[in-house]
Design a protein around this ligand. Structure first.
Ligand code: ATP
Ligand code: MG
Length: 257
């Protein structure tokens, strides 16, 4: 931490998150581009109102159902997610049975090691996608993100990809996988291509997703499956965009926040 943030500061929580990402960048966990991506996310969080909207809560239910009914679920982790929600990644993996795989756009040995260290410190025992383990390739992708683990994303039927890039999301969907994303921008290609798009901050959404998985585990597989049958991602995206439009119209009419 480089600066003192007074607890009374109206945006103290947001400033702490920014500082942890800057520290993560210095420790090679977060890429420079990850800092820019965070800024994009924050902008959309302002528009949404910095809380979990009802359509996101519905998407979280469907995501919990998808993870619990999957044969081989995987959580894909990048630098930003590792810094923002390390403990939540481990807990979600434990309660849902999903494996953890590191997948990076800007891959280097140094970053892999740094992210592995953060996840291990948070309690991870098995981390896929490190070094030579990422020996398989996703077809049609040119970036380093095409490198995946043959025991993880390659054979996964459900992949959770928080803060993901659009190209890879599209490629994973084309491979026949059910893709769940957490992305604050309902207009991003990732949100548009995914099977289940949680339009929310990963910091809020991961907590809710863990809670939902824990609750849903008490139901039968058949009951859990019902959440997926009724799910319509186009409707969820429309509702998120409508939420922003209505909120902006309201604030424009009020003239203040
Ligand atoms: P796309 O490639 O999907 O069109 P993009 O190129 O704008 O999107 P990427 O860097 O590829 O962005 O992906 C990062 C995404 O993560 C962005 O849509 C950004 O809004 C979102 N994002 C950033 N921080 C958070 C956060 N804390 N919680 C949820 N989403 C976030
Ligand atoms: Mg992108």
């Amino acid at each position: 931490m480089n600066i003192e943030i007074p607890a009374s500061h109206p945006r103290a929580a947001s400033l702490h998150v920014r500082e942890s990402l800057i520290d993560g960048c210095k420790a090679h966990v977060v890429a420079y581009a990850g800092l820019i991506a965070h800024g994009r996310g924050e902008a959309f969080d302002y528009l949404i109102g910095e809380k979990t909207i009802p359509s996101a809560a519905e998407a979280i239910k469907a995501a919990a159902a998808a993870l619990l009914t999957a044969e081989h679920p995987v959580i894909s982790v990048n630098g930003n997610t590792a810094i923002l929600t390390p403990k939540e990644i481990i807990e979600l993996s434990e309660v849902s049975g999903a494996l953890i795989e590191v997948n990076l756009f800007y891959r280097s040995k140094e970053r892999e090691k740094a992210i592995q260290k953060v996840l291990k410190k948070a309690g991870a025992t098995r981390i896929l996608g490190i070094g030579a383990a990422a020996s398989a390739r996703i077809p049609e992708l040119l970036s380093e993100r095409r490198r995946v683990d043959p025991e993880g994303i390659l054979i996964a039927d459900v992949v959770l990809v928080p803060l993901e890039d659009g190209d890879r999301t599209e490629a994973l969907v084309k491979m026949g996988k059910r893709v769940i994303t957490i992305d604050l921008n309902p207009l991003s290609r990732t949100a548009q291509y995914s099977s289940i798009s949680i339009i929310d901050n990963v910091v809020r959404a991961m907590h809710q997703l863990i809670r939902e998985v824990k609750n849903m585990k008490k139901s039968t597989q058949q009951e859990i499956g019902k959440h997926l049958l009724a799910y319509d991602n186009k409707k969820i995206l429309s509702q998120a965009i409508a939420h922003i439009a209505e909120r902006m119209n309201f604030l424009a009419a009020e003239g203040c926040t």
